[in-house]
Design a protein around this ligand. Structure first.
Ligand code: HEM
Length: 182
């Protein structure tokens, strides 16, 4: 498990292109984002805001899906991935009140989250961070890296996911688009 802090402020290797509220409240405008792994003194960076999360085990993936994901998933930090998106998401109490098998049915059988996303690999590299158990304002901090050439494809995937039954449970979503500051 990797602890990660996303610090919005005026320091960090990612330059912020835009911050847009998709659902619920936005986050304050900042010019830079720092992504700090395994850091616990991140406030020293003096950010405007800090979002904390940690990687975790898979909740919904079957062994077959896991194998398909493993085979197609590229690593983070590719030299060509100069574009990124941080999309913090909170789901409703109604989502969390459902039993695991019902959440899986909505996530994959009815919304096809994995099957519709797989064709975007390996263009998009991703890492999912869980925040809910840390008492954070968001449940998930989703992180994606890709080449600027694949931005349109990434937009297309986002638009498709947002039409799904799964997304009807999203009560807060902020889309933060980034460019590597070198
Ligand atoms: C790039 C291709 C993508 C792939 C291959 C992918 C795959 C997955 C997988 C396998 C999971 C389940 C993890 C688990 O079992 O716990 C997951 C969860 C999630 N993904 Fe994606 N995803 C992709 C893109 C996206 C995008 C564009 C978004 C939009 C922000 C997104 C948002 C989420 C969220 C919020 C969760 C957590 C869902 C929950 O636990 O309720 N994903 N994704």
């Amino acid at each position: 498990m990797l602890k990660v802090a996303f610090v919005g402020g005026n320091a960090g290797t990612w330059s912020v292109d835009s911050i847009r509220a998709v659902a619920g409240d936005a986050l304050p405008a900042v010019s830079r984002l720092a992504v700090l792994e395994a850091a616990d003194r991140f406030m020293e960076l003096g950010g405007e805001w800090v979002l904390r999360g940690e990687t975790s085990f898979e909740r919904y993936v079957t062994s077959q899906e896991h194998a398909a994901l493993e085979a197609a998933s590229p690593p983070l930090g590719r030299a060509t991935s100069s574009a990124a998106a941080l999309i913090p998401i909170r789901k409703s109490d109604g989502w969390w009140a459902k039993p695991q098998e019902e959440r899986r049915a909505i996530f994959e059988e009815r919304s096809h989250h994995i099957s519709r996303s797989l064709p975007y690999l390996p263009r998009v590299a991703r890492r999912l961070h869980h925040s809910r158990q840390l008492g954070e304002p968001f449940d998930f901090l989703t992180w994606f890296e890709f080449s600027p050439r694949d931005s349109a494809a990434f937009d297309e995937l986002l638009a498709a996911l947002r039409t799904t039954e799964e997304w009807s449970y999203v009560v807060r979503e902020v889309e933060i688009r980034l460019t590597s500051a070198g």
